[in-house]
Ligand binder design. Sequence first.
Ligand code: PHE
Length: 503
Amino acid sequence: RSDFALRGGRPATVLVLGAGVAGLACAYELGKAGYHCTVLEARDGIGGRSLTLRGGDTLSELAANPAQQAVSGLDGRPAAGGASAAAPTAPGALGETQRVGFGAGTYFNAGPARIAQWMVTLDYCRELGVPLEVFVNTNASAYLLTEGMRRPVRVRTARADAYGYISELLAKATDAGALDARLTQADKEGLLDFLSHFGDIGPEHEYTGGERRGFRVDPGVRPGADLGTPPPLTRLLSERLGRVLTMDAGYDQAMPMFQPVGGMDAIVRALAARVGEGRVRTGARVTRIMNRPDGVEVTIEGAGVLRADYCVATLPPHVMARISGNLGADVVAALATPVPMSAGKLGLEYRRRWWEIEDRIYGGATETDLDIGHIWYPSYGFHGERGLVVGYYNTAVDAQTYDDLPHARRLRQALAQGAKVHGPAYAKGILASVSIAWRRQPHIEGAWVSWPSRNGFSLLQRPAGRVYFAGDWLTQLIAWQAGAFESARKVVTELHHRVLKEA
Ligand code: PHE
């Protein structure tokens, strides 16, 4: 059953630029409606950022890290630091190539890895028959580590202490009359009742810890041995736990989240199979896009010119802005507006799943404010022999510190940081590793983009002549496959209406 379909026919020919989620989804939906699509992909493989790495794969990075504005946060607020300079290397020249040495069955989602329940991506998984499993996004047994903390603390322990102390403070302030200007007597009773549960506080509103913090020795036949008393309030407040403790509060980060069984690239593979492998040309680098009165002409490096009635261009805007043609100066300026952002990931294949056996962590993430960002434990292969830990998933300025390093130094730095959470054994028993700096991925050059202003955003929602634009970067779902799907649906709908009208 298909959720989305274009109605009425008068098929035309369409050149789709880019075989990531946006491009493949356009070709898939247009194909269902009888259009003749050709998808042109500059990279050797399909999927774009939906990249899953397995043993035997290779990963090449650009020799030069493209010059970068220093920005922080997912939305790219200007950061305190300076800009990192680009090395004087020919654009497009390749640097280090990593050979992925993972064992059979191990995979690493180097790009997107989690899908929220409300995202259209799940509808495509259903329609395409891509099997799903739960992606454990948060785990009370994982750790938190901030610069303000002396040692890592389990999420559940930090949460119990934070909720407990906040409840104690608020309950005591309520009793002392400090909130009388805001609260009626009934409000106060309601608040105290809420806080007694929220913070697990005692009859005098005191927080003294309890089993929500977890156990030093877990309960069994005998009662568990507790973790002792909570740290003093002043220490808790100095730890700056707010951000790392609320990571899963975001609308797009709440559990349960999902992942395709066997790797995120299952989605793009299923799309490409429906489009027809023969209609997707990899290694096809577009150098020129020309609008003509009756069609579009797209030049492929070393392979001549292709013609079609329409074009849907889904390349990253900062890459597209460099392609020659006659789209118009305003369109090119709009394409050059969004700022490519850094993000990086490191996959570590371990000989044994010590996080399950010793730490009792089955999936989920340790959140930190170190430059590694998160440590992710695998949501697949529980109790298997080996396992794949994401040793860093960092963004913006944190990612930039790893962007410039060769893999060996990224690995060394990440292991030193991870040892602050898991101890010196963290660096032992690693069978294989691979790291990606998305700013250095050929033909992509960024993890996602940040719009410094909305200038150009609405211009690119409209076609430039016969050339339409699609991608997550044209939605409110930047850095999500769902954004690419939503944009693709919008563009193919508009294109189809135009074709029907011009019939
Ligand atoms: N979608 C990416 C992720 O899940 C990046 C992102 C994170 C986007 C958080 C928005 C919010 O990590």
